[in-house]
Design a protein around this ligand. Structure first.
Ligand code: PMP
Length: 334
């Protein structure tokens, strides 16, 4: 849903500075104006360095401060416990569909569990729309054993719109903890508009099984109880910054590998390897420098706003949009 305002004229019909339009794109999506203005101010000469962030070495002291500052701010904003690593990667949400599976199956505790079971562990998927289905498909593509815990599309059989409702938790087909590598879900299905209350899933899953959550389109929109998750993945381009950087927050014990370190046979490509990134401050190779810089500014903005205030804001905004849809059932289907 995007505005049809004509940006080629000098009209101020939108009432927005710079003749900007109301942009409802789910991603890449709108960034705070103050962030864009700061980027613009510093674009040609970042804080007296004589160059833009795009042009500077990722091994420079200045860039070190940028990436470390971004991580530190995010840790404060989301209250990320010390036993979680924060990693900036590339490859988007889609890259993390594969990374989630590959990294979990390279993890010592998961491999130990699998050895004990004597056959492949299952990956449990809660399917609530396009993106969780995408995650499931990726694991199938990689030859993993999957189990669909619950599938929102089935609602279509009952005559309701597919992915508009979900069976209640007692009806879910969660695997046995000793047979399950992880449980995966997408907290906000960007295409189908289903947002899960995060406690719904983490409360339903045995605490010994890591929960992997895709928060690409609701990250920074409300407080998160990070310690309930094994890993959180999120492409930046919806709520955090420009496309090109992907955030991973992962519990550090899930990065433990068998000794001696057997990277060669774990089947995790370097560019998807959480441990490889975590051990090199997200910079085992050239990171998406500019995108991380902009994310750092958005994190500062979120810190100033406060997550609770951002949650109230998003609820008010969603209320306006969904209220309008509900008021006109002859035109919209909410
Ligand atoms: N997960 C969610 C919730 C998404 O909305 C998207 C993209 N719209 C993706 C994953 C895929 O992300 P990417 O395009 O960065 O691969």
């Amino acid at each position: 849903m995007s505005s049809n305002a004509d940006t080629t004229t000098t009209t101020t019909a939108t009432g927005l500075p710079y003749d900007r339009v109301w942009n409802f794109s789910a991603g890449p999506s709108v960034l705070p104006l103050s962030v864009l203005e700061e980027v613009q101010r510093d674009l040609l000469n970042y804080k007296g360095t004589g160059m833009s962030v795009m042009e500077m070495s990722h091994r420079s002291k200045v860039y070190d401060d940028i990436i470390n500052g971004a991580e530190a701010t995010l840790r404060r904003v989301l209250r990320i416990p010390d036993n979680y690593a924060v990693i900036f990667m590339q490859g988007g949400g889609t890259g993390e569909f594969a990374a989630s599976y590959l990294n979990l199956f390279a993890c010592k505790s998961v491999r130990d569990k699998q050895r004990k079971l004597g056959r492949p562990l299952t990956c449990d998927y809660i399917v609530t729309g396009t993106w969780s289905k995408g995650g499931l498909k990726e694991v199938k593509r990689l030859g993993g054993k999957t189990n669909v815990v619950v599938d929102g599309v089935k609602a279509a059989d009952t005559g309701t719109v597919s992915y508009s409702s979900l069976a209640s938790v007692p009806e879910w087909n969660l695997g046995k903890p000793e047979e399950t590598a992880f449980v995966y879900y997408c907290e906000n299905e960007t295409v189908h508009g289903v947002e899960m209350p995060s406690s719904l899933v983490v409360d339903a899953v045995d605490p010994s099984v890591p929960v992997i959550c895709d928060m690409s389109s609701n990250m920074l929109s409300r407080p998160i109880d990070i310690k309930r998750f094994g890993a959180i993945i999120a492409g930046a381009q919806k709520n955090m910054g420009p496309a090109g950087v992907t955030l991973v927050i992962v519990r550090k014990d899930l990065l433990e590998r068998e000794e001696p370190d057997t990277e060669a046979v774990l089947g995790v490509p370097s560019v998807l390897d959480w441990k490889y990134y975590a051990s090199a401050g997200s910079m085992p190779h050239t990171p998406p420098t500019f995108a991380i810089y902009v994310c750092g500014l958005v994190f500062k903005w979120a810190e100033e706003m406060g997550l609770e205030a951002l949650e109230r804001l998003r609820d008010a905004r969603a209320g306006l949009v969904y209220g309008m849809m509900d008021a006109h059932p002859e035109f919209y289907r909410g």
